[in-house]
Design a protein around this ligand. Structure first.
Ligand code: ZN
Length: 326
């Protein structure tokens, strides 16, 4: 359990300062909230918020993302009725949640998208099929990455998604997952976006872990670039998605103690991409989060820790909750 080892030398600083900065950061519209908190926590000196990442900067080594669409599936669930739990799939045993209509997030709908699917490895033909993401055509879905020990990204995303669902339900939100052990593969990225759209979600988060080079560490949140092409038009979601993403990043730093990515985003923990179907095709505020790098030995130690995953889910829940209450 080394989730706070190496990079939190400054956690020893007086709590008061950290608390103050967190409070101040909460008021910063934006961009540098996560970075401010990280700095307050004693985080690296390797370069501050070198400005926000340029649009379309993604480049990343990420073997990743976007979950997708098509294929038979649980189908868009929940059509719009904010105050009642989405049909099907929303009830989980042991989930303590307020009665419908209770809680600060009552009437709000959140869609959680667990990146990839454990079954994708066995369905390469299906997931390699190209789908339209507005700007171009791209694979329906990908297998995702894994740690050296065999712990897969899909296992990780399913676990964190369920933890996040429980937390958001406790606040009264209606929560829907794009899939959960109920289909052999996928969904494709376009369907994943469509599920959020059809649910009329107030916020959507797609959960991932990266597969970058060892030594590359930390989390980052991916925001939609401005894209208007084919069936993609993100013009209405760019601004609210950035707000959502900044809140998630700031709270993720606070709850996990993890640093923003040291390999992209200039220390902000934020990246902007125009090549992800799950973002391009969304018509509701949406972000992706890469929680860490599964190919790095220190990051994988965190990602495989249930305790750390709970903190990660809490950071996402707090960020989403703050966004919905704004
Ligand atoms: Zn992924």
């Amino acid at each position: 359990m080394s989730y706070d080892e190496s990079h939190l030398p400054a956690r020893r600083r007086p709590l008061s300062r950290l608390t103050l900065v967190i409070a101040a950061a909460a008021l910063v519209p934006g961009a540098f909230a996560g970075w401010l908190i990280w700095q307050a926590a004693g985080g690296s000196d390797d370069g501050g918020p070198a400005g926000l990442p340029a649009q379309g900067s993604s480049a990343s080594a990420s073997a990743d993302p976007s979950p997708g669409s098509s294929g038979p599936g649980p189908g868009p669930s929940g059509t719009r009725s904010p105050s009642k739990p989405a049909s099907g799939g929303d009830a989980a045993p042991g989930d303590a949640r307020p009665a419908p209509g209770d809680g600060p997030l009552a009437g709000r709908t959140v869609v959680i998208d667990p990146g990839h699917n454990p079954g994708n490895f066995k369905h390469t033909a299906e997931i390699n099929k190209l789908v339209d993401i507005g700007t171009n055509r791209k694979e329906c879905d990908t297998t995702g990455t894994s740690g050296n020990s065999g712990y897969t990204e899909a296992e990780f995303t399913a676990d964190v998604s369920q933890r996040l669902r429980t937390l958001l339900r406790k606040e009264g939100a209606t929560v829907k997952l794009t899939h959960e052990n109920d289909r052999a593969w996928g969904p494709c990225v376009d369907e994943r976006a469509e599920i959020g759209n059809k649910a009329g979600a107030d916020a959507v988060i797609s959960i991932h872990a990266d597969g970058s080079a060892a030594g590359n560490r930390g989390f980052h949140v991916i925001l939609p670039a401005l894209v208007k092409s084919g069936g993609a038009d993100t013009s209405k979601i760019v601004t609210p998605s950035r707000d959502l993403g900044e809140r998630v990043a700031g709270n993720f730093v606070r709850t996990t103690g993890s640093a923003p990515s040291n390999y992209l985003g200039g220390g902000t923990g934020l990246d902007v991409r125009d090549d992800l179907g799950g973002l391009n095709l969304s018509t509701v505020p949406k972000v992706f989060i890469e929680c860490g790098n599964m190919r790095d030995s220190k990051d994988i130690a965190l990602l495989t820790s249930a305790d750390w995953r709970q903190k990660a889910a809490q950071g996402m829940a707090d960020g989403i909750s703050g966004f919905l209450k704004r």
